[in-house]
Design a protein around this ligand. Structure first.
Ligand code: ATP
Length: 829
């Protein structure tokens, strides 16, 4: 007997419930429209073949429950239970038709006598006749009529409720229709182009996301990690070159498992009536991802959002430097995935943020750029966060201590948590695999509380000994299509060479890395004076300004960014053509991450290191650790250098004066500010003469500054020219590529013509156009390989010295010989 469920469960849901329902609908059905959860579940659920289908593909709005009851009755009277499932399946396709039919049905009902109508007709057509044949008694008939009345009552009751909720349902459908449409419109790849994802058994909704992103196939690291992480539920330690798609290598398995779990949960909640209250639908934190920098957290978050678009899985970034209140508001939405930096996350956790401390449902823990996390004991917060994590079933009995503020649950209730540890430079240490395995298996790492090694960090984070280690890094670790090069110069000349590269070759997105903020400030100031509009990003900038710089860098394809090493890891920009190491990094891994901002996604790119004499030792040891024997010397046309130096000298003078002025202003205003705050009037001890002198000096400086600026601006109006260049040129911003080409052809013709008639040299002309060749091309055209192996160089030097000594010896002995012979000859004479 079908249970008739109380109509109040069909009432309008709270906003939170509704949004949940929309999300669930999207998740479970993908391209289909969301449905409201039916009121009755348990008994009906037991009758249908696949209760999930009823929810997912079932009827809509209030009619859903009504039809449910109708069919339950049909099943009871006529025994045609199987019809329920069948109609449910059909319902997904022709919901609207059904709705109209239903309304019509009701119209019929109104006119018909009680107990009549389609419902009864349906019953009587089939098995009801059988009942008659069997000689149905009066008692049964009474029972049946009672049942019909009850159904009729229910129908009326529901109809009145529907009037209120129908609009909502329609709205939900419209929303989803437009989302579906948007989703379809955005698809870049066809269904048949993504078989590689299908082979991987990626969830259909995620395949759609990949089609929308235009990702035809998984990258090698994604291919290697997905089966272990998504299908076998294993922990993964992943290392692969920069720009190889590591974010989705851990992101896709997590999304896949969340999707699968949610589908399962929807099915279970359909069967289990007790989970139908609003609270049970609130999503706890399922995945926590940590990155070392704020920009990277934002980027990872955006990347996952793109992949999770239309899946109804929320991903939010929690990073420092932005408003706490806003982030708390974001967390109130109960996102399933949080990507953040350890500092801000710990700040919120330690103040008891409800979403972040309820970690009992945390199923995924990710450490991106893990080797950075353990550097120089930077991340105390990381340790605190890890200590908050509940102990997983799979980890050692030696539990990681949990702080009392963490709402953990008894060990047996905690589900398995998967841990992901990723970086491009994890495998830098030679016996990385061995050490890692040893670290995970032995209890030594778990006993230690410091996270100074990847093994200890992984172990403390709950990594299990059977973790999959995916190491796709090659010996060099650097991307295959990265062309590395260097320029040897004095420290003082670095600005000149940098300006040369940017103005003679400066095409395409470029990142210049500095080690110190002071150097970054000096450099960006000089470049701006030289008319090169550079963006900056360093730790002392306001977070908003940093994010803005990142956005602006993304916007223009010829933008130049000067950044410190915080920016080296993980940042992903389309088509960065050149990376310049203005100062060498302190370690090999930073060099790898810096250089890895270019040559991403198997594209070509170029890196140039400016090496001063003090950098040499560091540079050679860096090359040694990367097993480099030879490296290309970046080709520099020294004919340009006089012009470069002219400009640079002016720019440096301007910079010096403006710095001094702004320093004086800052000091003065500081004095004034403080005097004012203390209610004092500033009196200078300067005499009148001194003041006049000072005024004159300032005026002279200002005139000098103006003169310098004028001179520089005159120089900057013309393209940079090599020393040998004739002064007779056609210049200006109006030389279009077409005109330039025509001039080039004309110049060739002239040269031929003059050669034939032997005309004077003065009529020849060269075209210096705006079509500069970019550094990579210059390097490929005329870069020269130089030995950078310090041992080999020493050996070469030793051999050369030996050879020189030998030659000297030989010379000496020949001289001796000759002298002896002369002496002998003399004696004979
Ligand atoms: N399957 C794929 N097909 C094509 N492009 C992809 C694929 N997966 C990821 N990408 C793109 O590759 C780029 C690099 O990805 P990602 O930033 O994850 O690399 P990474 O390996 O983490 O790099 P890094 O080591 O520098 O952090 C991104 O622009 C991403 O959108």
């Amino acid at each position: 007997m079908a249970a008739v469920h109380p109509p109040q469960s069909l009432g309008p849901s709270t906003p939170r419930q509704e949004s949940y329902q929309i999300r669930k609908g999207k998740k479970s059905r993908g391209a289909k429209k969301p449905k409201r959860a039916p009121a009755s579940t348990s008994s009906v659920g037991t009758m249908v073949e696949d209760p999930f289908l009823v929810l997912a593909g079932g009827k809509e709005g209030g009619f859903l429950e009504l039809e449910e009851i109708d069919e339950a009755d049909v099943g009871i009277f006529g025994g045609a239970v199987e019809d329920v499932g069948e109609s449910d399946r059909k319902a997904g396709k022709d919901q609207k038709k059904k709705k109209k039919r239903k309304k019509r049905k009701r119209g019929d009902d109104d006119s018909a006598s009680p107990g009549d109508g389609d419902l009864v007709a349906e019953c009587e057509e089939g098995p009801a006749k059988k009942c008659e044949e069997e000689g149905e008694n009066g008692e049964k008939r009474v029972k049946r009529n009672k049942k019909k009345r009850k159904v009729k009552e229910m129908e009326e009751n529901l109809e009145s409720k529907e009037d209120g909720s129908d609009d909502n349902v329609e709205d939900m459908q419209d929303d989803n229709d437009s989302m579906e449409q948007e989703n379809k419109d955005e698809l870049i790849l066809g269904e048949d182009e993504v078989y590689a994802w299908r082979e991987l058994r990626l969830h259909p909704l995620l395949i759609t996301a990949m089609r929308r992103l235009g990702f035809k196939e998984p990258t090698p690291i994604q291919k290697a990690c997905f089966p272990a992480a998504a299908h076998q539920g294993k922990d993964v330690i992943g290392a692969a070159e920069t720009g190889s798609g590591k974010t989705l290598a851990f992101g896709l398995p997590i999304l896949q498992r969340l999707l699968e779990e949610q589908e399962k949960a929807t099915r279970l909640s359909w069967e289990d009536e007790s989970t139908k209250d609003g609270n049970s639908r609130e999503s706890p934190l399922r995945a926590l991802m940590l990155t070392p920098t704020r920009e990277l957290a934002k980027q990872v978050c955006n990347h996952l959002k793109e992949a999770a678009k239309f899946l109804g899985i929320q991903v939010v970034p929690i990073v420092g430097g932005l408003s706490m209140e806003k982030q708390e508001r974001l967390l109130k939405r109960k996102p399933e995935i949080v990507v953040g930096t350890p500092g801000r996350l710990w700040e919120l956790m330690s103040t008891g943020n409800q979403h972040l401390v309820k970690l009992h449902s945390l199923s995924f823990f990710v450490l991106d750029e893990a080797d950075r996390m353990i550097e120089r004991g930077h991340f105390h917060e990381l340790q605190s966060i890890i200590e908050m994590l509940p102990v997983t079933n799979g980890s050692d009995e030696q539990a990681v201590g949990t702080t009392p503020s963490c709402e953990t649950v008894p060990i047996l209730q905690i589900k398995k948590r998967q841990t992901f540890v990723f970086s491009a430079t994890l495998a830098l240490s030679a016996n990385f695999r061995k050490k890692l395995k040893r670290g995970l298996v032995t209890s030594k790492a778990s006993a230690s509380t410091d996270l100074s090694s990847i093994e200890a960090l992984s172990k403390q984070a709950g990594m299990k000994p059977n973790a999959e280690i995916v190491d796709l890094t090659k010996a060099s670790i650097l991307p295959e299509k990265l062309e590395e090069s260097f320029i040897e110069c004095s420290d003082d000349d670095k600005d000149a060479y940098l300006y040369y590269i940017l103005s003679v070759h400066g095409q395409g997105r470029t990142i210049i890395f500095c080690t110190s903020i002071a150097a970054l400030r000096h450099l960006s100031s000089i470049l701006r004076i030289l008319g090169i509009n550079v963006l900056t990003n360093h730790a002392q900038m306001q977070q908003r300004a940093r994010m803005k710089a990142v956005d602006r860098f993304r916007e223009s394809e010829n933008s130049i960014l000067v950044a410190t090493d915080g920016f080296a890891r993980g940042m992903d920009f389309d088509d960065v053509r050149t990376v310049i190491h203005y100062q060498l990094p302190h370690s090999t891994d930073v060099y790898i991450h810096r250089s890895g901002r270019t040559a991403r996604k198997s594209m070509a790119g170029c890196s140039i290191a400016l090496i001063s004499p003090v950098d040499k030792a560091k540079f050679y040891s860096l090359c040694k650790s990367l097993s480099k024997e030879n490296l290309q010397q970046f080709p520099v046309d020294h004919a340009y250098m006089p012009a470069v130096m002219n400009r640079l000298t002016l720019a440096r003078q301007i910079d010096k004066i403006t710095r001094k002025n702004s320093q004086e202003n800052a000091n003065k205003s500081w004095l004034q500010r403080n005097a004012e705050s203390m209610g004092l009037v500033l009196e200078t001890s300067d005499s009148e003469e001194e003041r006049v002198q000072g005024h004159k000096q300032r005026k002279a400086t200002s005139v000098h500054l103006q003169k310098l600026q004028q001179d520089l601006s005159e120089l900057l109006q013309h393209p940079l020219q090599p020393k040998t260049f004739s002064r007779r040129y056609l210049a200006g911003a109006g030389v279009s590529p077409l005109l330039q080409k025509q001039l080039e052809e004309l110049s060739k013709r002239n040269v031929k013509g003059t050669a034939s008639v032997n005309a004077n040299k003065g009529s020849r002309f060269v075209v210096i156009g705006q079509d500069q060749i970019e550094p990579l091309q210059a390097l490929q055209n005329s870069g020269q390989e130089v030995c950078v192996n310090i041992d080999k160089q020493r050996e070469k030097r030793r051999l050369a010295e030996n050879w020189r000594r030998k030659k000297q010896k030989e010379k000496k002995s020949t001289r001796e010989q000759k002298r002896k012979e002369k002496r002998k000859a003399k004696e004979r004479d």
